[in-house]
Design a binder for this molecule. Structure first.
Ligand code: KG4
Ligand code: ZN
Length: 336
C-alpha cells in the first residue's frame, strides 16, 4: 500500500511516499529560510511559501519515489495543530488529490506523526511506551497506550523547548534556528557551564515551563560587559542546555517508571539535541529502560512520519471526509 504524506503545519513544506507504513520511497522537505531574519515563523509568509513550493515538491517526491500519482493508494495530510493558513494549503492539495484520484483521505495530528517517526525506523517498538515530543512549537509527554490511543501526561505551560533554544540563541547573538547553534557551542565549554534554575513545577507534575529559564539567561547576560559576554558565551549556552535537558530527562524517566513501561521514545526537532540524546541514553540504561530515537531527518518536521501514521489509520479502515478542516489547537487525545 502506497501512502502519500503532506505536511505544511509550520515552516517546512514536505511531501513523502511510504510503502506499507515502513519503507520510505521519498521524503522531500523544504525548510523555509524566509523567517530567518525575523527570528521566528511569520504565519503569512509561511502560507505564501507553502503555496509556492507544494506542487514542485509533490512532483519531486513522486519522481524520487519512481511512482506515478495513479499508483497512490491513500493520502495523509496534517490537519493540526499548527498555523491555520499553512495547514489549509496542505489540506487543499490533499483533498484535490483525493477527489480527483478517488483515493481515501486521512487527516493526521502532527504530534501523532512525530510519534510515528519512531515506528518507521524501529519496527521492534511496540506500545505501551512513553514518548517525549519536543520541538519549536511543542513539548508534550505522552503515554502511548497503543497506536492511535494516547494520553497526554504533561505539556509546556509557556515556551516549547525549541522556542527557548531559539530565543536564547538570539540573546547570545547566534544563528537561527537556535537549537543547533547552542548545541554546537555548548560542546566547546570546558566547565559544567553557568548554573541556571530548573523549573520542575509541583511535585508529581509532568508539565514543563521554560520561559523563566530564558528570562534567567537574559538577566545574566544583561549584567555582563560585551567582552565578558563573548568570553562566557559557550558556557552560558551549556548551562542553559543542561537546565533544559535535566528537566526533560527527569520527567521522561519518572513517567516511564510511574506507568511501569520499559520503553521511552523521543521525537521532534529538539530530539536532535546531542546532550539530550546522550543524557537520556545514560539515564535510561541505569533504570533498565530501552530508548528509541529517530534519525535526525525524521526528528524535524517531515511528511514521511505523516504518511506512516496515515498508513496505520487507513489500514485500520478509517478515513476523513472531504470537508475535513484545519484544527490549529488540535490535541492528541482529540479525534477529528
Ligand atoms: O520539529 P521541528 O522541526 O519543528 C516544529 O514542529 O517546531 O523543530 C524545530 C525546533 C527549532 O526550535 C530548533 O531550534 C530545534 O527544533 N532544534 C534543536 C536542535 N535541532 C533543532 N534544539 C536543540 N538542539 C538541537 N540540536
Ligand atoms: Zn513538529
Amino acid at each position: 500500500m502506497l501512502v502519500l504524506g503532506i505536511e505544511t503545519s509550520c515552516d517546512e513544506t514536505a511531501v513523502a511516499v511510504i510503502e506499507d507504513g515502513q519503507k520510505i520511497l521519498s521524503n522531500v522537505v523544504f525548510s523555509q529560510w524566509v523567517h530567518k531574519k525575523y527570528w521566528g515563523v511569520v504565519p503569512e509568509l509561511a502560507s505564501r511559501e507553502h503555496i509556492k513550493s507544494i506542487l514542485p515538491l509533490l512532483k519531486a517526491s513522486l519522481e524520487e519515489a519512481k511512482v506515478s500519482l495513479n499508483k497512490i493508494d491513500g493520502i495523509a495530510v496534517t490537519c493540526g495543530p499548527g498555523l491555520v493558513g499553512s495547514l489549509l494549503i496542505g489540506l487543499c492539495v490533499a483533498k484535490g488529490l483525493s477527489y480527483s484520484l478517488k483515493k481515501p483521505l486521512i487527516g493526521i495530528n502532527h504530534l501523532e506523526g512525530h510519534i510515528f517517526s519512531n515506528f518507521i525506523e524501529h519496527p521492534e517498538l511496540f506500545p505501551p511506551f512513553v514518548c517525549l515530543v519536543v520541538s519549536g512549537g511543542h513539548s508534550t509527554l505522552v503515554h502511548v497506550k497503543d497506536k492511535g490511543d494516547y494520553r497526554v501526561l504533561g505539556r509546556t505551560r509557556d515556551d516549547a523547548p525549541g522556542e527557548a533554544f531559539d530565543k536564547v540563541a538570539r540573546i547570545l547573538d547566534l544563528e537561527y534556528p537556535g537549537g543547533p547553534s547552542i548545541d554546537r557551542i555548548a560542546q566547546k565549554c570546558e566547565s559544567g557551564g553557568v548554573r541556571f534554575p530548573r523549573a520542575f513545577l509541583e511535585e508529581g507534575s509532568f508539565d514543563f515551563s521554560f520561559s523563566g529559564l530564558k528570562t534567567a539567561v537574559a538577566i545574566y547576560v544583561s549584567k555582563l560587559s560585551p567582552q565578558e559576554r563573548e568570553k562566557q558565551r559557550d558556557c552560558i549556552a551549556k548551562g542553559f542546555q543542561e537546565a533544559i535537558v535535566d528537566v526533560l530527562v527527569d520527567k521522561s524517566l519518572k513517567a516511564a517508571l510511574e506507568l511501569k513501561v520499559n520503553q521511552i521514545a523521543i521525537a521532534g526537532g529538539v530530539a536532535n539535541n546531542s546532550r539530550l540524546r546522550q543524557k537520556l541514553s545514560l539515564e535510561a540504561i541505569k533504570e533498565g529502560l530501552e530508548l528509541y530515537i529517530p534519525s535526525p531527518v525524521l526528528c524535524t518536521d517531515n511528511a514521511a512520519m505523516i504518511a506512516a501514521a496515515g498508513y496505520f489509520h487507513l489500514h485500520n479502515g478509517e478515513n476523513s471526509p472531504l470537508d475535513l478542516n484545519a484544527y490549529p489547537h488540535l490535541s492528541l487525545e482529540q479525534k477529528v
